[in-house]
Design a protein around this ligand. Sequence first.
Ligand SMILES: [Zn+2]
Length: 171
Amino acid sequence: MKKLLIVVDMQNDFIDGSLGTAQAQGVVENVKAKIEQYANRGDRIIFTRDTHDESYLKTQEGKNLPVEHCIAGTEGWQISSKLNAENALVFDKKSFGSPELAAYIKGGPDIDEIELIGLCTDICVISNALILKAFLPEMKITVDGKCCAGVTPESHQNALEAMKMCQVNII
Ligand SMILES: [Zn+2]
C-alpha cells in the first residue's frame, strides 16, 4: 500500500502570523507527528504553500479577505520551521486548490491512498480534497480532522461534514 501525505499550507501566516488562530497553533504537534509517521515508513510527503504577491489586495481573494498573507519570500509565507519541510517537494499555489498538484499525482507516482492534513480545513484542505476527488475518482482520500484547523471551530466541523458527504474518509 503506497500512501501519500499532502500537508496543506502549514505556513507561519496561517499559524501565528496575519491569519493565525489558536486552533491552528493547536494542531502543529499533531501535524508534526503525522509527518514523522510517514517519513519513518518511507512514504511520500508533499507540502503546499499558499502564494501571493504584492498585488494580493487587488485579487478576488484579496477583495473578499483584505488581509495580506503568504506574500512570496516573506517569513509568513514559509512553512513552519517545526515541520522540517526544507528538502520536501513543495507545490506553490495561487488559488485555494492546486490542479497542478492533482495533475502531478495523476500522471506521476504510483500511489494507492492519499491523506490530507493542514490549514485551513474549510478553505484549502476541502478545495484540494475535492479537486483530487475530481481528478482521481478511484483514489481513497482521507482527511485527519485532528491535524486540521479551520477559520473557526464551527467552519472546521462544517467542512469535515461536507467532505464526508463527498465520500472523503474523515478520521
Ligand atoms: Zn491566500
